[in-house]
Design a protein around this ligand. Structure first.
Ligand code: GAL
Length: 404
């Protein structure tokens, strides 16, 4: 009898443990894709999303790694008589399953959006009280990614609410990347590793490199530089399968080419998810060149998954270093100023050890070859110091490789 009880308890505990975990081996590198919010907000529909899917393939973005095509807020309709969520039939007349089939037929994956509260931020039905039903529906529709927001949550507990949806997804059985979007207010970098695959670290990004000065008390979303500065102290939290998310990209939405390049580069240095937010049907050559730069993407997607560390701030220039697999490093100079900055690189100054990766640059012992990521050419070795000019609000980014 005792033995039987023991076996039963063992079964129960293994059942509970299986269900109390997020899906493993998902998002082992930062997710890459496209999301509708930054450019289109609520102006989304089936035709637009299918058009974006077509463009992701035609422009080579899918093959560059951008595989998630994510719906944001406003796809939602009402709940049916049994409480299951439906889509907005005006916007998505063929339904989400048909859209998922289309997206999958293009070799892409579909992402969807919901909210832990009663209503989403745009006041469509949220998942509160329907978590298991919603997760089941996403699995039935063959959704691959869920962004889960934090509006109208009144006084529910964030850890509890996100864990509940994690468990609901797990119970539904389809591996779905779980992207937590609570704006950083509850410091998810301290607790979300076991809950989600990525979590927003800040409030929303706006399409500006630095915050515009409010003239009549206007409110602005965060700038690229403000968000960047908020990532410096939380780099330890991020890694394969559990990423800090400094929000989606604004490349191609109105900043200058230099600012766009700097924004993209710094997100690669941060090992940030690369979720595009521009209109892929009408992008400029300059935008395409930025978001398709294979060397920059490789730095973001590096298998170590270590976020860069800021090693110096001198006048308007930040110096960042990111440990990469196989002994490589990414070295990046960011010029925050509105004028070009001349900068002398004395490699020996950057003889740094990084406890997070247990790696040292060792410029005194190792000579690295230098590849300029944006100029797309070799740029000598670290044997000699270098003097560079960084254009206004732009970057210089190198990949350093130990020479034999
Ligand atoms: C915000 C979120 C944005 C977008 C928006 C939709 O809370 O941070 O990325 O999803 O809601 O209403």
């Amino acid at each position: 009898m005792k033995r039987l009880l023991f076996v039963l308890l063992l079964c129960l505990s293994s059942f509970l443990t299986t269900h109390a975990q997020k899906f493993e081996n998902l998002a082992m590198t930062p997710p890459m894709g496209w999301n509708s919010w930054n450019k289109f907000a609520c102006n989304i529909n089936e035709e637009l999303i299918k058009g974006i899917a077509d463009q992701m393939v035609a422009t080579g973005l899918r093959d560059a790694g951008y595989v998630y095509l994510n719906l944001d807020d406003c796809w939602l309709g009402t709940r049916d008589e049994n409480g299951f969520i439906t889509c907005d039939k005006q916007r998505f007349p063929s339904g989400i399953k048909a859209l998922a089939d289309y997206v999958h037929s293009k070799g892409l994956k579909l992402g969807i959006y919901s909210d832990a509260g009663r209503l989403t931020c745009q006041e469509h039905p949220g998942s509160l009280g329907h978590e298991y039903q919603d997760a089941l529906m996403y699995a039935r529709w063959e959704v691959d990614y869920l962004k889960y927001d934090w509006c109208n949550t009144e006084n529910i507990n964030p850890i509890g609410a996100y864990t509940l949806m994690r468990d609901a997804l797990r119970a539904a059985g389809r591996p779905i990347v779980f992207s937590m979007c609570e704006g950083g207010a509850n410091q998810p970098w301290k607790w979300a590793k076991e809950v989600g695959h990525l979590w927003r670290t800040t409030m929303d990004i706006g399409c500006h490199f630095e915050k515009p000065i409010p003239k009549n008390g206007e409110w602005y979303p965060l700038s690229v530089l403000e968000i960047l500065d908020q990532q410096v102290d939380i780099r330890d939290a991020s890694g394969p399968g559990h990423w800090n998310d400094p929000d989606m990209l604004e490349v191609g939405n109105g900043m200058t080419v230099n600012q766009d390049r700097a924004h993209f580069t710094m997100w690669c240095m941060l090992s940030a998810p690369l979720i595009l937010g521009n209109d892929l049907r009408s992008m400029s050559v300059a935008t395409e060149e930025i978001i398709k730069n294979a060397e920059a993407i490789a730095i973001d997607q590096d298998s170590l998954g270590i976020t860069a560390l800021r090693v110096e701030q001198k006048d308007s220039v930040d110096v960042w270093l990111k440990p990469l697999a196989n002994g490589d490093w990414a070295f990046c100079l960011l010029n925050r100023a509105h004028t070009p900055a001349k900068f002398d690189i004395d490699w020996q100054k950057y003889n740094k050890s990084d406890s997070l990766s247990a790696r040292s640059t060792g410029f005194d012992k190792i000579t690295y070859s230098i590849k300029d990521v944006w100029a797309k050419k070799k740029a000598g070795t670290t044997k000699k110091n270098k003097s560079v000019v960084i254009p206004a609000q732009d970057v210089v980014m190198y990949r350093l490789q130990p020479t034999k």
